[in-house]
Design a protein around this ligand. Structure first.
Ligand SMILES: [Zn+2]
Ligand SMILES: [Zn+2]
Length: 456
């Protein structure tokens, strides 16, 4: 076609006239009744659910049966040696005293766990970790079993008798209190997950009858709000006054990196004879746990029995305390299949969390202590925060700022929609909720004066 040729006539477009009716188009569509539409919709929904079920079952099986244990530290070794005396000043004079009376200087870790309960290191690895971190004595205290302590003592005496001494113990653990029963040589009946005051007192008496000592563990951990939930970790913890009256021998002054100054001030104000004594504990569970504190004391000879006799005399202990802890050493999972299956694990974790999260804290008695109270933050029209509390006994709505009706919020909570929203909206909504609404909470714990307000 040359440039001079006239352009071809443009195709005649059908004129848009009033005779064009959308209804005519609709009429050409196959006629389906509303009821048929609904039936088709639910049919396909059912098919979708039927397909979804095996997928969810599969990821659950993968999570519990197929994914390699990411906490398998059975091959981990500790090939360094720290001497905290080289860089830390003892708390002599300020917190306790350490009189080097010519005996053996002890650097004690008063609270560690092994694979015999929920620790991730075997008794021998715990010993090796202790030696690497500058300890020459440990109280091995697994949750409600003496096995780890007895095993560790035997291993220490046969293989590491120049380096470390072990005193076996049990961490009596339940939904009300954690206490180290030090120096036991056998298991005792550990009672129920929610022991009464009398039951706790009986445990203390029984430990004394068997020649042991009782040390109250980590009061700050027990009383503080469980991470992410508006509930104390151990909600009905006995008071310090009760525990002293019931005859405990010691308190854990430092647990991990937490120094319990209030317990120190309280116990120091007592006029007991002999005075109660203090211990520190790493509460070791994982190999990457830093060491923060070393309990200092002297004992006549370097044996477990000699050290235990010294503890029975309720010695004045001093501490080396490093709030920064020993340097963090990372032990990533070694099995390559762990990383290969990681995406599936993420999916499985998400799915199973709906079940696992609500079960609450493990009691160490084969049960769970209390359903967790879950918060979520929902951004509403006015960009204000709404907090809904999930309470087992009465599903109270503790706060509302958005003008939504209380009943509407209650229904939301009861539908558990909030839980899914919480996970979708933010990974850490609790922090925002607490900071915004903190003054409105008033939760007290029996271990503190009743006027104490947790969130103020
Ligand atoms: Zn504990
Ligand atoms: Zn512990």
């Amino acid at each position: 076609m040359s440039l001079h040729d006239s352009p071809p006539p443009s195709p005649t477009l059908p004129a848009y006239t009033s005779s064009f009716k959308f209804s005519r188009v609709l009429m050409r569509l196959p006629r389906i009744s509303l009821s048929k539409c609904l039936i088709a919709f639910f049919y396909h929904l059912m098919l979708f659910c039927i397909c979804l079920i095996p997928i969810l079952v599969m990821v659950t099986i993968i999570k519990y049966k197929m994914i390699p244990d990411q906490y398998d530290y059975s091959q981990v070794t500790f090939d360094w040696k720290i001497d905290p005396r080289g860089y830390l000043i003892p708390m002599n004079g300020s917190i306790g005293t350490h009189n080097d009376s010519g005996g053996v200087e002890i650097l004690l870790d008063g609270h560690v766990h092994t694979t015999r309960s929920d620790g991730k290191l075997s008794p021998e690895q715990v010993i090796q970790w202790g030696i690497a971190n500058g300890y020459n004595a440990m109280i091995v205290s697994d949750h409600n079993t003496i096995k780890g302590g007895l095993e560790a003592k035997e291993i220490a005496e046969t293989k590491y008798n120049d380096s470390i001494i072990i005193i076996p113990a049990v961490e009596y653990s339940n939904c009300r209190i954690h206490m180290n029963l030090i120096g036991l040589t056998q298991d005792i009946p550990y009672g129920s997950a929610e022991p009464s005051d009398d039951e706790i007192k009986q445990i203390i008496d029984l430990t004394h009858e068997l020649g042991g000592l009782v040390s109250v563990n980590h009061i700050p951990w027990s009383n503080k709000t469980e991470s992410g939930y508006e509930v104390a970790t151990l909600p009905n913890h006995p008071t310090r006054e009760q525990l002293v009256e019931w005859g405990v021998d010691a308190f854990e002054l430092i647990n991990g990196g937490t120094f319990d100054m209030q317990t120190y001030l309280y116990v120091s104000s007592l006029s007991h004879s002999p005075p109660l004594f203090f211990l520190s504990g790493t509460d070791l569970h994982y190999p990457n746990t830093p060491a923060y504190a070393w309990t200092l004391l002297s004992t006549p000879s370097f044996t477990s029995e000699s050290l235990f006799t010294t503890l029975r005399s309720r010695p004045s202990t001093s501490f080396l305390f490093d709030p920064a802890g020993t340097r963090f050493i990372s032990y990533p999972p070694e099995r390559s299949s762990y990383y290969a299956l990681l995406p599936l694990m993420e999916l499985a974790d998400y799915w199973t969390s709906f079940y696992e999260e609500s079960r609450g804290m493990y009691s160490f008695m084969g049960s769970f202590c209390h359903e967790r109270k879950m918060y979520y933050v929902k951004t509403v029209e006015k960009k204000e925060y709404v907090v809904v509390e999930r309470v087992v006994t009465d599903r109270r709505i503790i706060d509302k700022e958005d003008g939504m009706g209380r009943e509407a919020l209650r229904k939301l909570a009861e539908l558990n929609v909030y839980y899914a929203l919480a996970r979708l909206l933010s990974s850490s909504p609790t922090t925002i909720a607490f900071s915004k609404l903190a003054p409105q909470f008033a939760v007290s714990s029996p271990a503190y004066p009743s006027s104490f307000n947790f969130f103020r």
